[in-house]
Design a protein around this ligand. Structure first.
Ligand code: SAH
Ligand code: SF4
Ligand code: F3S
Length: 480
């Protein structure tokens, strides 16, 4: 295949794998809009389609904020937009295939509207294989940028507008933490708050440490200021975001960690605090106690286990054994018996035997999770696991996934039953999509609930009596 490396400033996974000790800077003035781009979007619209995790959702809100600062307004439908951005996810092959499907669709839109600007950003842009495929098969894309330089959108957009060539700017190495980008939040009462970027864990199957770079924490003062601002603006709930929030602060000179941060955020008095994701590694007892101590930290922990078998966990590079995970799990339940715990599980990792899969099932039986996100292993080029033979036949992977999902379903119902006839606090999201007369929202334990309520209470926390329990949701009636 042709070597494209000298043609563009593109990604390089080997570079992305390196971790330097260099301290990152926290910059308050790195984002700027060139003067000739300030009003470029007047009378024009943008459309961002975001795939993947909450980190990407939050990046989508920054991109939206930048577009709006340039005068653009959001397009209702993708077909109406003057600029389309696909903010992509690389976590599994099927996530990428979905994006390529959309790329084909936008190609047709571009035929109808040659002035349309089409950009692709996010985690897929950080992968060499993706860039090669785009250069060969999808030359109609105008602009590609990665996860480390979204603050450069105005400048890159300008190049794309005045350039016939595809503009590609992907940084393989993370940059600094940029604090002055704007944000247009998708929700008026629940907000994502980044506390750190990147991941240093390098689980052997995972592409994230390559697409998101090394762990960089935001300063505690910047996070607290953001939370206080959100509270003043009437936000009820914030979710602290990081690929592994328990590592928060380790890269900073200041002497504070995630437990300190959680406590300081709790003291702001914002109504509801959530955080995601917690790697079982370095989940401290202190963290558990702080979660338990403050009423505004929700009794809900997402604690991905990935597998119930120690050998597979070792191959996955997860840094804990089955026993160590269970010890942590029970320590949490001992302090907070009522806490909801959810997990992520991968089936069909290279070499996983039926017996080893049985260990995952037995661990699930023991933990009786509130919910789990279950996945079939998908090799990601450039990761250590991709060099192992992907030797579990697809039918077996599928069969394991189905058997696991049966248990997930059974336990989800069982865990929901503990709320029957109870009065729970619900943050009201809005009318239910299926039935306009019903409201929908989430309980403190992160249970979806549909209930008879009032439209005026959207964005408020209200008491709801649980009258019926289903596998994936509760039903109820507002009681005040
Ligand atoms: N940082 C988070 C999760 C990131 S990705 C954490 O460590 O918990 C979300 C989930 O996707 C992972 O927990 C894992 O279960 C799944 N996942 C990641 N890479 C995968 C792969 N190559 N194949 C299948 N599932 C994968
Ligand atoms: Fe991926 Fe592991 Fe990092 Fe999570 S902790 S993002 S699974 S490498
Ligand atoms: Fe996907 Fe990137 Fe998130 S790969 S899961 S969007 S960090």
């Amino acid at each position: 295949m042709k070597d494209y490396s000298e043609y563009f400033k593109g990604p390089n996974l080997k570079e992305a794998q390196k971790r330097s000790r260099k301290q990152v800077d926290h910059l308050k003035d790195a984002f700027e809009i060139p003067s000739d781009m300030v009003n470029v979007g007047k009378g024009k619209t943008y459309y961002i389609h975001t795939y993947g995790c909450q980190a990407n959702e939050r990046d989508g809100e920054t991109l939206a904020g930048i577009f709006e600062m340039m005068g653009y307004t959001p397009a209702k439908e993708i077909e109406d937009a003057d600029v389309i951005l696909l903010n992509t996810c690389a976590i599994r092959e099927n996530a990428e295939e979905k994006v390529f499907g959309k790329v084909g669709y936008v190609k047709n839109l571009k035929k109808k509207n040659p002035n349309l600007i089409f950009g692709l950003c996010g985690c897929m842009a950080q992968e060499e294989v993706v860039i090669k495929r785009i250069l060969e098969k999808h030359p109609h894309i105008d602009l590609i940028f990665g996860t480390h330089n979204i603050h450069r959108l105005p400048t890159l957009l300008k190049e794309a507008m005045f350039n016939k060539e595809m503009v590609v700017e992907v940084w393989s190495k993370e940059g600094d933490v940029i604090e002055n980008t704007p944000v247009t939040r998708a929700n008026g009462h629940k907000a994502w708050v980044n506390i750190m970027y990147g991941c240093n864990k390098f689980c052997t199957y995972c592409i994230v440490p390559y697409t998101r770079g090394k762990e960089r924490s935001r300063l505690m003062s910047d996070i607290i200021d953001e939370v206080k601002g959100l509270k003043e603006d009437g936000y009820q709930e914030i979710t602290l975001l990081g690929q592994n929030v328990n590592s928060y602060g380790k890269d900073l000179e200041e002497d504070y960690d995630f437990a300190t941060l959680l406590e300081e955020v709790a003291k702001t008095g914002i109504a509801r605090i959530r955080f995601t994701t917690s790697h079982p590694w370095d989940f401290s007892r202190e963290m558990i106690e702080i979660i338990n101590q403050y009423d505004n930290i929700m009794p809900y922990i997402h604690l991905p286990v990935q597998s119930g078998n120690t050998e597979i966990l070792k191959l996955m590079g997860r840094r804990y054994t089955r026993e160590q995970y269970l010890e942590l799990f029970h320590m949490i339940k001992e302090v907070m018996p009522d806490c909801s715990i959810t997990t992520d599980i991968i089936v069909g990792f290279p070499n996983e035997t039926e017996e080893q899969f049985q260990d995952t099932l037995s661990l699930y039986e023991e933990c009786e999770y509130d919910l789990a996100y279950t996945f079939i292993y998908s090799p990601r080029e450039g990761t250590p696991a991709a060099k192992m033979q992907d030797n579990v036949p697809f039918e077996q992977k599928q069969d394991r996934l189905e058997r696991l999902n049966e248990v997930v379903k059974e336990k989800a119902l069982k865990q929901n039953q503990r709320f029957l006839n109870q009065i729970v606090d619900v943050l009201v999201d809005g009318p239910s999509k299926r039935d306009e007369t019903m409201m929908t929202g989430y309980t403190a334990h992160q249970k979806l609930i549909n209930f008879k309520g009032r439209k005026e209470d959207i964005g408020k926390i209200v008491p709801v009596k649980v009258t019926e329990v289903k596998t994936w949701a509760l039903k109820g009636e507002q009681v005040d």
